[in-house]
Design a protein around this ligand. Sequence first.
Ligand code: UDX
Length: 442
Amino acid sequence: MIGSGYVGLVTGACFADLGNNVSLVDIDERKIDMLQNGKMPIYEPGLAEMAQRNTLAGRMNFTTSYDCGLQGAEFVFICVGTPSGVDGEADLQYVRSAARSIAETMDHSMIIINKSTVPVGTGDWTTEIIERNQPQPIDFAVVSCPEFLREGSAIPDFMQPDRTVLGSTDPAAAETVAELYAHLDAPTVITDLRTAEMIKYASNAFLATRISFINEISIICERLGADVEEVARGMGFDKRIGPHFLQAGVGFGGSCFPKDVKALANMAQTHGMHPQLLNAVMEINAFQRRQITLKAREMLGGSLNGKTVAILGLAFKQNTDDTRESPSLTVARSLLNQGAVVKAYDPVAMENACAEVPALTPCENPYKAAEDAEALLVLTPWNEFKQLNMKRIRQLMRRPILIDGRNMYNPEELRALGFEYRGVGRGYNGEGLAAGGNDQAD
Ligand code: UDX
């Protein structure tokens, strides 16, 4: 495995757990040092235990040396980051340098599998880079095998995938990689390199589109006095629609969706197209975050200056410490810019969040965060927020405004406890009508 980020660590640990010998190579000495000392640089349920188990069994090792890592390897997975460049394009410097290092080290035939999300056409130039940098010609094949792991459920996602996608100009190489995945018992799509690369972008962009779609519906629901939760439930029973990825809220974040939608739009633009739908998906997503701050400001009488606001949840979603592109941090920055004091709590993402937004006031639990706050914003749907003692929270707050950015709570119950409650797209009970009015009655 080249790269010890989410994809490399999870794929490596899972392949080792299935009985393979895995060497994980990273140029970051600090990370390799941590891993060699039994520490996991990221939080992912079950991963630290799995890595430890397989390291002790001698099936997994960590190194900064390509020479050691590639020794005798039949398969080499490229799992390096592809962050967003200045115009939203994928920055491919790490893929390029991994391909060069593999080529320079290669002393036997191998299959190189790209797991990083890369623009269509990357597999072709990866092959060229390797050919150009090999000290002597050695046979190899490049296969694209896009990764569909979700943070927080990455191990079960690896072990029970919905499908495996393999693309190559060398069908025999794709078949050999398929054997490596054979016991995972999922349909396998074997196709060409460019199609495999596009399947990844199209899948992520489609899921992001579903989220922006339901978020746009939520805005309409709020104005017209309907409840988006019930709307999504009612839609989800239709087998052609299905219930997944219809949760309205603060919008999508994380290391994949925002970056991949931007990169796909950038690919289209670079080739002279105008990706209207993808642009709208990003625009709606940005608006969802802004809406939370707008609601807080409106409920606090038009100004946030000098107000104390508490945020529960800083990770971009539950069960991860990842704060990359986290909607919570966008909201926090906006509140701080408008003069608010922002108290914050997250079960595992405190450290990452405070490193990104040092002006946050970290709190050791949800109750400490709520103390003296004039508004409480719940922005990540952690399980531990579901059963808070809301009566106690209400008593601790200076003013009981609760903005439920993930529609986790029952509005009636919270209003009965005395909260001034606003969810996302929950206009039921006249909440939205109060703002919009009932046109037909005039
Ligand atoms: C995603 C893809 O699901 C995965 O296949 C790919 O490999 C990487 O990108 P991940 O970013 O880990 O995975 O998270 P995911 O669970 O898909 O959620 C992405 C974002 O969308 C989160 O911010 C989440 O809170 C949000 N979301 C998800 C919604 O707002 N509503 C939903 O209905 C679902």
